[in-house]
Design a protein. Structure first.
Length: 408
């Protein structure tokens, strides 16, 4: 009976330590620039958004569109609900309403109300490229999806036209506060030309809409993502220590009771010593993990106090528009409130897939200079800023689209 009791004790001790070792092996290291993995706080009601936009749009056939371009402009509105599954990936349900215009072969302008409902896959490009940051000012979010569209001629309200559609676009989000974003969305749909009431010979098989709208987003539920840390908890370590102490006490008691159990007692004492050693190792690993986590928190605090930003330019343009100035004003406030000894690097880029190399280098330098001059005019000390233009070997994106300035 005593042999069975001692064997059960040893098996229980080995099971506890093996389970703790397995839990340790299954945890992952902390990623300093997370995009997908390691997030622990995205429940069903976390990270929801509701948006309302308004603007203008135009519906065009893919081959022939008679009449002046201005005759095609119409009103456009949108309300949508988005659920972010990860900092990079989200799903959006969107209802679009408005009235487009089309021009028939006899140059009669047709106004036709429409409604479309579509589900879109949202990709937060800023979080994908730069890693998740809750307080980033600008987010570029391309999207694509599918849905259904219906339209009619208002003077008849009969013969509704309807068909499946493909939606597409780019959502530009500007963070105003913890719960409010300013939206600038450019997008549209692709569908069959039967959706439009206009009769145009040679118009082609498809209809494409292009919409431009401004609006606001309200973010509700838990509005950020949090990550777990790798390592043992203090409860795990205390449990290992307690188990080791109990094993040592039982081994000592059994050693005085029966000399025939000397081999088993020696093995139990060995197991107890091994358990104590693993507990000491786990305690040291916890201390190392806590130190790593504290260093990461300090780095995240420095990242929050030293914001980063990207400004995009049109081709051959280096001057700042009103949206750029608004973005830089918000960035300047954060710079002035942050560490006074931190030096920001302003790097200008150009699209070297087109144009002469020397001209693109000059444009990249002018873009960096314009951002530098405007930040200095807003009161940011020049000693905290450096600026440079990048050549073709140092580009933030592959292919086209590198006409930008980064501030880091």
């Amino acid at each position: 009976m005593k042999r069975f009791y001692l064997a059960a004790l040893a098996a229980a001790l080995l099971s506890v330590t093996a389970l703790a070792a397995q839990e340790k092996a299954d945890t992952s290291a902390v990623d300093p620039k997370p995009s997908f993995a390691g997030f622990v706080t995205n429940g069903f009601w976390d990270n929801w958004e509701i948006s309302v936009n308004g603007g203008v749009g135009a519906a065009l056939f893919n081959k022939r569109n008679p009449g002046p371009a201005g005759d095609y402009l119409g009103g456009y509105g949108n309300i949508s609900v988005t659920k972010w599954l990860y900092p990079v990936v989200g799903l959006r349900g969107s209802l679009d309403l408005g009235a487009y215009h089309s021009v028939s072969d006899n140059l009669i302008k047709e106004r036709w109300p429409f409604a479309s409902l579509h589900m879109d896959l949202m990709i937060n490009l800023s979080n994908w490229i730069g890693g998740y940051k809750e307080h980033r000012v600008y987010y570029a979010v391309p999207f694509m999806g599918m849905g259904y569209m219906a339209s009619n001629v208002p003077r008849t309200f009969k013969n509704f036209r309807q068909n499946f559609i493909v939606s597409y676009g780019l959502l530009n989000k500007f963070r105003v506060s913890d719960c409010i974003d300013l939206n600038l969305e450019i997008g549209g749909i692709v569908g069959k030309n039967e959706i439009s009431p206009a009769k145009v010979n040679g118009s082609g098989a498809f209809l494409t809409t292009v919409n431009s709208s401004l609006g606001l987003t309200y973010r509700f539920g838990k509005r950020d993502f949090e990550r777990g840390a790798a390592g043992y908890t203090m409860d795990d370590i205390n449990a290992l220590k307690a188990e080791a102490a109990r094993a040592a006490e039982r081994a000592q008691t059994q050693s005085t009771a029966n000399e025939d159990l000397s081999d088993e007692l020696a093995q139990a004492e060995k197991d107890a010593a091994a358990a104590q050693q693993r507990a000491d190792q786990a305690e040291k690993q916890l201390a190392d993990a806590q130190a790593e986590l504290e260093a990461l928190k300090q780095q995240m605090a420095l990242d929050a106090a030293t914001p980063e930003e990207t400004i995009f330019f049109d081709f051959e343009v280096w001057g700042l528009d009103a949206v750029d100035m608004t973005t830089l004003k918000e960035l300047a406030k954060k710079m002035l409130a942050g560490p006074k000894d931190y030096v920001y690097t302003i790097t200008g880029y150009a699209d070297f897939t087109t144009g002469a190399r020397s001209n693109n280098i000059a444009i990249a330098e002018k873009r960096a200079q314009s951002v530098y001059d405007y930040l200095v005019s807003l009161g940011v000390p020049a000693a905290q800023l450096t600026h440079q233009g990048a050549g073709p070997d140092a580009q933030p994106f592959t292919g086209r689209g590198n006409q930008s300035v980064t501030i880091k």
